[in-house]
Design a protein around this ligand. Sequence first.
Ligand SMILES: [Ca+2]
Length: 136
Amino acid sequence: MAELIPPFLTPKNQLSPLFEKIFTSIFKKYDLDQDGCLNKSELDAFALATNGEQFEEESLKKILELVEKNEQGFLTLKGFLQMYACQALADKDETWNDLKTHGFSYDYILEKMKRKEPIVPKHQIGRKNKSKKNHK
Ligand SMILES: [Ca+2]
């Protein structure tokens, strides 16, 4: 049965489509102002929910050095997905822990796949209609 759930990563070590979708929905949940990146307070809220504490200044700096961010230094969606691709490569258990924390446990995903139901609720994907706040 386990084979129903695809691996986290493609052979090129990028998130596979299913997990990209799941992590995108998690990202959007924490991108409260919907500007396509997680600013400091959004990232803190995410870290708090995920790890029970905020990122340490140093480890956050290290993460942000490795992944894509915008001009202000905030984590973009692409950077967020890169971050999780790295984590999935290094520590699958930790990645499952994080997924479970955000409502996507192994059993939940398996059940949805068996029933052929969408794993990510629609309302968590389609938010793009709200116009972005534009600074320019
Ligand atoms: Ca944001």
